[in-house]
Design a protein around this ligand. Sequence first.
Ligand code: G2I
Length: 450
Amino acid sequence: MSMIVRRLSRAATAGLVAAAALTAAAHSAEAADTLGSAAVGQGRYFGTAVAASHLGESDYAATLDREFSSVTPENEMKWDATEPSRGSFTFTSADRIVDHAQSQGMDVRGHTLVWHSQLPSWVSPLGAQDLRTAMNAHINGLMGHYKGEIHSWDVVNEAFQDGGSGARRSSPFQDKLGDGFIEEAFRTARAADPAAKLCYNDYNTDGVNAKSNAVYDMVKDFKSRGVPIDCVGFQSHFNSNSPVPSDYRHNLQRFADLGVDVQITELDIEGSGSAQAADYTKMVEACLAVSRCTGMTVWGVTDKYSWRSGGTPLLFDGDYNEKPAYGAVLSALGGSGGPGDPGDPGDPGDGASCTATYTRTADWSSGYNGQVTITAGAEPISSWTATVTLPAQQSVSSLWNGTPTWSGNVMTVRPSWNGTLAAGASTSFGFTAAKNGSDAAPTVGTCTAS
Ligand code: G2I
């Protein structure tokens, strides 16, 4: 696997932000008694949509920081928020979320680059050629600003119609540029930030139906022609009119079998009590059953700020109390003493093992980049832990593709999204260290796996 250095491309304070992330990440990976840490134990992320305007509310921030390992800006990265007039980008609210996430060691999903909704009024009147130029400039402007900082981008959102036809949805992009706009957006996005996973994201594609079949055909076509797509997002907004489909897992798996990752991107399920909890359990179990399901995101922290607040669809109520659905999700993720706890007999992965090897991949007078490659043993693994002991003088300023916790100069690294490995397969994490006068190599301790 090639290592991609995650470079913070925005503020001059980037180094400080990254260092803070390393410190703050410690609490979220300590015990599998929160959603985020339990999911990390399964090699997945567990995220939430976040609104910048709520970050100043202490209960909101405390719940977010305690429970989640990934965030998606709910509205702040959309076109109307980031490029309200042509060529003039504003990132204040989105930066607030990204900075907060980084200070807590959380990943960020980018939502969304090209979507028919929440478009500023200047976009729709453009002629075809101008619209194409504007679309590509928007992708480049947004992805360029966050280059190296976004785990996955929803490159194109909701481009297919509901109903039985499987046709494309009418939009300025579809109507003026034709079917090819999606492919063009993905190609532009790959060039803009090669490290980001590029997703197609939609709703009512959660089971096998005409709409999901149409998306499936598009992804299959993209894979066969080398159009750069890495993942498909299944929004998963459910209520009594749109219940959890019984073939949800099968649908995730058939997409995964095309060679893309799958992610549950906007999960919420209207309801309450044990019925809601049971539906949430089904969702988590479906993701855990599909090895390429890399994580899930609920569409908000608390019922009181949900876009469907009347339907109380989330895991925390309006007072930030854990709902039955919260306990169900935590338990399905193996947290809180359930299956998945270390030593729980009957868990898959009890014979799991791994090895860790270190190489220095870049070197300069004051610092270096190190890479640790994790290789699974004879059995597949769903998570790994590696320790790296640094010479006392040295300090780490950033780390990518892993989640670190610190004890003195010993760094314990667990997966961020790369915990699941087939037997014999490898992944790697990397870090940048300051030498502070010592050029000695760090030592890598025993790798443990589950
Ligand atoms: O509609 C649910 C989601 C469906 N998939 C794409 C998501 O991006 C979408 O999110 C929702 C947000 O949760 C809402 O918060 O997108 C809505 C707009 O399409 C968002 O609502 C808008 C309100 O309509 C605006 O009045 C408001 O100014 O949020 C804006 C910012 O608060």
